[in-house]
Design a protein around this ligand. Structure first.
Ligand code: ATP
Ligand code: MG
Ligand code: MG
Length: 370
């Protein structure tokens, strides 16, 4: 069977690896961490740096196709691999997603809205009147996730000080918008004709980290359809091949603003593992291999809750899972990480049922007892 490669062996790489093996492929994981979550499931674990020439050569020589689990991979490594083997998403798309300035200008190029923002590539850009973007959030252009590299700023002085504190690296100053709610859409695109999207997920964050995903989102059908169309339009504009996650803000008047994109399966799409015909990792495998996306229909309402390291005890021991095991409509997913840290994603669980309001209540009750 063909060998597929993935850059990164965290939980997303692990779930990709499991999906690929279920579909009959072999998998090589490149990750410098000997205990990477995906390593236990991989046929081959290349325990090397992401830009290690020998490791990349091994991927090029032994794999039919290579994908990535995270956007901060070296785009040049992907470009180099793409000279000999299929790489999806493309290095160009990954480069766009890893830079908030490029990302936002592509979103606008597709005719879609972002929050008002000022691109700051040097300190001179902060000399102007900043009031159009205040109160705002200063975000580093690169390498931020789970709200890291972001500072809320209310005044021009605070914005300038925060920029200096971040070491003068490229940033965006984004206006803070009043959010009715946050939603996301995951698109699978192979070509103009072979494209579909998963149902809209409604996402609740705590301290900048995803806490709950609720599907179907508690929004009207027209708004949901509009979000799915916008996500697909952006995938077409980027000529994107693979799984693309699009995060939206819903404003009070039901208008939609794109927050950011991720060139890969997304935490807010983990519900698809338990509630859809085809899950987002199977879609990643299919798109990587040039196969048509599978049906993305929702089979049941579902709520997904993240399990962060905060719930682990100080001695590193896990919460007592019996309550989840005693709940027939709950399903536990653990990522095999042996050290817990505050805010670290250790696993998640889903609950399925007929009514999302009941599921939200049930999820909160389960979170309390863990
Ligand atoms: P991740 O990649 O893990 O989703 P991130 O670090 O890239 O997170 P963002 O998605 O930019 O961060 O922001 C994190 C959260 O902060 C958002 O989901 C939203 O709740 C809030 N937020 C970000 N930008 C704005 C904004 N312009 N107005 C209001 N809230 C915002
Ligand atoms: Mg992000
Ligand atoms: Mg985000």
């Amino acid at each position: 069977p063909a060998m597929l490669g993935i850059l990164g062996g965290g939980q997303l790489g692990r779930m990709f690896t499991i999906a690929a093996r279920t579909l009959g492929y072999r998998v090589t994981v490149l990750d410098p961490d000997a205990r990477a979550p995906a390593a236990a499931f991989a046929d081959v674990h290349l325990c090397r740096a992401y830009d290690d020439r020998d490791a990349l050569k091994t991927l090029a020589d032994t794999c039919a196709a290579v994908t990535t689990e995270f956007e901060n991979v070296n785009a040049d490594s992907m470009r180099w691999l793409a000279q000999t083997i299929r790489v999806s998403p493309s290095a160009d798309c990954v480069a766009i997603a890893q830079d908030r300035i490029a990302e936002k200008s592509w979103i606008r190029r597709a005719g879609l809205d972002t929050a008002p923002y000022l691109a700051i590539e040097s300190v001179e850009e902060l000399a102007c009147d900043l009031s159009p973007w205040l109160p705002g959030i200063l975000k580093t252009a690169r390498l931020g996730y789970d709200g890291k590299g972001q500072v809320r700023v209310d005044t021009p002085e605070a914005a300038r000080a925060a920029y200096a504190n971040l070491g003068g690296q490229a940033c965006v100053l984004e206006k803070r918008l009043p959010l009715q709610r946050e939603i996301s859409v995951i698109v699978t695109r192979v070509s103009d004709a072979l494209v579909n999207s998963f149902p809209v997920s409604e996402n609740e964050h705590v301290d900048g980290i995803l806490e709950l995903s609720i599907v179907p989102a508690r929004i009207g059908d027209a708004l949901a359809a509009r979000a799915r169309e916008m996500a697909i339009r952006l995938a077409h504009e980027l000529d994107y091949v693979g799984v693309l996650a699009v995060e939206f803000f819903v404003l009070d008047d039901d208008s939609l603003v794109i927050n950011e994109i991720a060139p890969r399966p997304h935490n807010s799409g983990h519900y698809t593992l338990d509630a859809c015909n085809t899950d987002q990792f199977q879609q990643q495998v299919r798109a990587l291999c040039g196969l048509a996306p599978g049906r993305a229909d929702l089979l049941t309402p579902v709520v997904m809750a993240n399990l962060l390291g905060d719930r682990w005890k100080a001695d590193g021991s896990a919460p007592y899972w019996a309550v989840l095991m005693d709940t027939p409509n709950a399903k536990l997913h653990l990522y095999g990480k042996d050290t817990a840290r505050k805010g670290r994603k250790m696993g998640h669980f889903t609950v399925v049922g007929s009514d999302v309001d009941n599921l939200i209540e049930q999820t909160r009750a389960l979170q309390e007892t863990l």
